[in-house]
Design a protein around this ligand. Structure first.
Ligand code: BV8
Ligand code: ZN
Length: 239
């Protein structure tokens, strides 16, 4: 599977992963655009935008609470654990578009959440921010200051957290190997990260059950699943 680049993999010091909803699919979390896609049932522009939130905060909160319950009941899969395991052998960073926290639960210690986190909430007005520890008695939940709380995620039309985005560009621009896993690369600016890595001469690997716009510019693009492929990648590197 990785024979042709096993030397680059063994020599590599810094490996950066860019992950999307596809890496959590085998944990039972629906992807956005696949056949089981979340957005088959819901219209993304209807729910994952600030306008949608102010138009119908209860509906948007119900969507996130349904997803949060699903995520809390899910477990990391062998794809997540392989990436965490690789930290024993290499310097590893994970630039994830996912808000499910499964990389951290699998043991990864350097995770950049480009689109925020479903287990954190923040106030729409004051600077209150906290982890969600239980379910809410009412939706939308209110802050002590009286204003509505919202999920601490990045909605369409909102910019990514500047510090996270800056670090993500630094990581992508300074890695020896980039592994792009389970993302359709449909959403910007996250989909620029593989371009930064390629521009800086990284060895490019893609693991995705479908073709993506960058498949043809990868050194290796595997049409296979994250949970079955990433453990093979790690054993190739750690041999
Ligand atoms: C910004 C958090 C600017 C919330 C998400 C037109 C109109 C409006 C906006 C735009 C527009 N054109 C461009 C834009 C910009 C927009 C954008 O890119 N839109 C797209 C849809 C065209 N981007 C933004 O708005 C971003 N902000 O640009 O700000 C700005 C600048 C300055 C000042 C102000 C503003 C913000 C984008 C973040 C949006 N939030 N999520 C939530 O999750 O609820 S995006 C959402 O999509 C998720 O984060 C998700 O991760 C992300 C991308 O999807 P993927 O992860 O790639 O998932 P997908 O289902 O698409 O693909 C899964 C892949 O895995 C598939 O290829 C599948 O085949 C594969 N797969 C499936 N199973 C497996 C597998 N692979 C391996 N193994 C498996 N088992
Ligand atoms: Zn407040």
């Amino acid at each position: 599977m990785f024979e042709k680049i096993s030397n680059q993999l063994k020599k590599a010091e810094k490996i950066v992963f860019v992950t999307g909803a596809g890496i959590s699919q085998e944990s039972g979390i629906p992807t956005f655009r696949g056949k089981d896609g979340l957005w088959r049932k819901y219209d993304p522009m209807k729910l994952a935008t600030i306008d949608a939130f102010y138009e119908d905060p209860k509906l948007v909160w119900e969507w996130y609470e349904e997803r949060r319950k699903n995520i809390l009941a899910a477990n990391p899969n062998p794809g997540h654990t392989a990436i965490a395991e690789l930290e024993k052998y290499k310097q590893v960073s994970v630039l994830t578009q996912n808000i499910d926290g499964l990389h951290q639960r699998a043991g990864s210690t350097r995770v950049y959440e480009l689109h925020g986190s479903i287990i954190t909430i923040k106030c729409t007005v004051c600077d209150f921010k906290d982890k969600i520890v239980s379910s809410f008695s009412q939706l939308p939940p209110l802050c002590k200051c009286g204003n509505m709380l919202r999920p601490d995620v990045v909605w369409f039309g909102e910019s990514l957290p500047q510090d996270v985005w800056k670090s993500a560009i630094e990581q992508a621009s300074s890695c020896d190997v980039m592994v792009v896993v389970g993302t359709s690369l449909a959403v910007s600016p996250a989909n620029l990260l593989p371009v930064y890595a390629k521009q800086n001469g990284a060895t490019m690997i893609e693991v995705n059950i479908e073709q993506t716009p960058m498949s043809s510019s990868m050194d290796i693009s595997l049409r296979s699943s994250a949970a079955s492929t990433l453990p093979v990648l790690v054993s190739t590197i750690s041999e």
